[in-house]
Design a protein around this ligand. Structure first.
Ligand code: FEO
Length: 135
């Protein structure tokens, strides 16, 4: 069973961003499956690496729109992104070095972070971007 199920309540009414969020949900679910099916370290590391890269790409997309449209909460939003990138990067390093493994704790952290970030922080920019014609 999927760890996260996409719901319309997560939608920003912005096609590109919704597509990226759906992709992130898919990648976290893939990592969850890798844990449940005890996939090899290399396969798991590939998923973590792709997820980390895609997360950075997604954050850059949002931040570029924020800069382009002069979003007033850009700095605080970017700070949340940076902290998450750092946390994922630290985990990836520990996983590579054999200091950390996949766990329910990690999966719940990823799930809660993404869902909470989408529902509270990202949702704040949705009407702003929509009013600029982004949808
Ligand atoms: Fe969709 Fe701010 O990350």
């Amino acid at each position: 069973m999927a760890l996260i199920t996409w719901s319309d309540k997560y939608s920003m009414n912005i096609k590109e961003i919704d597509g990226q969020h759906q992709q992130l949900v898919k990648m976290i679910n893939e990592l969850h499956d890798a844990m449940l099916n005890a996939k090899s370290k290399q396969i798991t590391l590939d998923i973590i690496t792709k997820m980390a890269e895609y997360t950075q790409k997604h954050f850059t997309t949002e931040e570029n729109y924020m800069k382009q449209y002069g979003y007033p909460q850009y700095a605080a939003h970017k700070k949340e992104h940076e902290k998450f990138i750092e946390q994922v990067g630290n985990f990836k390093k520990d996983y590579e070095n054999g200091k950390a493994g996949l766990s329910y704790e990690l999966m719940n952290f990823l799930k809660d972070w993404l869902v909470n970030h989408i529902e509270s922080t990202d949702k704040k920019y949705a009407p702003f971007f929509n009013s600029k014609g982004l949808n």
